[in-house]
Design a protein around this ligand. Sequence first.
Ligand SMILES: O=P(O)(O)OC[C@H]1O[C@H](O)[C@H](O)[C@@H](O)[C@@H]1O
Length: 525
Amino acid sequence: MIGIALTVPSQSEFDDALQSAIADRVASRIDAQDPTLWGPEAESEASIRLSWTHLPESSRPLVAEIAALREDLVGRGLDHIVLCGMGGSSLAPEVICHTAGVDLTVLDSSHPDMVRSAIADRLERTVVVVSSKSGGTVETDSQRRAYEQAFTDAGIDPLERIIVVTDPGSPLDKEATETGYRVFRADPHVGGRYSALTAFGLVPSGLAGVDIDELLASAEAEESLLYSDSADNPALRLGVMLGVANTHQVDKLVLSDQTGHGVGDWVEQLVAESTGKLGKGILPVVVPFANATNFSPSTADSILVTIGGDGTPEAQSGFAANLEGDLGAQMLLWEVAVAVAGRLIGIDPFDQPDVESAKKAARELLSGSGSVPDPDFSEDGIDVYGSGSSLAEAVQTLLDQIDLDHGYLAIQVYLDRIEYADFAGVREVAAERLARPVTFGWGPRFLHSTGQYHKGGTPNGVFLQVTGTPEEDLPIAGRDFTFGSFIDSQAAGDAAVLRDHGRPVLRLHLHDVPAGLATIRKLLA
Ligand SMILES: O=P(O)(O)OC[C@H]1O[C@H](O)[C@H](O)[C@@H](O)[C@@H]1O
């Protein structure tokens, strides 16, 4: 059963907004895939992006197909599934597998050390799912090339081991079909971040051993409630609360998943990329536990949401909710809620206009037509791209620029997220010191998730970007750049675009990564 408990500072304001969403039949019109709900400017994009509303039924034929393929793979002793893909092509299967307690290796990085470690892990038993909706994402293409090379070097035919998920007619579809790979073609009328219940979520999860029939059934069981024009509809309630809060400049969504399944990373992309544009939106702040800083205490501009919590949390802003329900149903709930909130905020929830700018800047740097700036100075093995006469002063100068009522700090770390996983704890340290919302993202993963919000959303973030010298670089077969130069260009490209948008950025490049991370932690404490 899906459910929501919710508190708001003004019940009458919330009830009025809820009644008007009911009167406008917003939920049933989403069900009917009405593209006019978000205004004339959003209509053409919405008209090709709403097929997610009926996936619990339309994806059913995939269940048997995936089960048959899994049986074949297991019969051949292939029981390690690796997923290569970014953003909407990897976040859903990651949370689906984690929730089910099923092993799935997610390679969503261009960091050479991470790619090398993934390839070195159980290659003889590995099947790789290469997932890209557009079929043109450079990280995913590079990861595929790395696995093709590794299989070939090990005397294994890549045709036996690589499976592709993409939209029909994409460049990847064409190339993979010509090569002879098994290709699953997904519904092109579903955007990446709404694709959890399409082949993108189901193929890797099902091959890894998740009961995907049950996942779809849990969503299908709640469809009539989630599409009802009723005050009891939990998706409508959540969406209206997010929209009303936004009109009061309560625009951070601090999310704590108490079930420990990590649904927060998936919600983060859905909320940030769908709403963060036109200088507006909702900033998701995912915290690791309920009494983490930013949650307790919270700030006056934050909505608090728990998943599987013990009652509604106490929010300084008065906006808070607790959600219950199986994963499939919860995914559909969030999708409907974000579509409802998008209508109230006045944005198109189906585009991501600022993501391309960072990709373009990275491409220019890689092709040699852009120039990477030199560091302003170096201290203790750290190159500093920022202002100040010392590292400590540069960090302080950045932090001093945070607006004390509405600002936030984003820490963006382009390192091996498995090897340095503990460093994510620096979020707590910085949040405690600043008493402002702090987000933490691994690059380049976050570029396909919160990256849209940071560049296109409410302009009140300041950015600490951390890069590091890899242990060893890795060439990319058939490309004239390496993984190392690729990730460097991605970081430099995103920093350049953030600066162009007037956002303060401090970039620190670590020559000795463990020592540099320890220094940063001290400076943020
Ligand atoms: O699935 P792909 O086409 O490779 O896209 C992966 C990701 O790329 C971009 O960054 C988009 O902004 C995301 O919404 C998308 O999920």
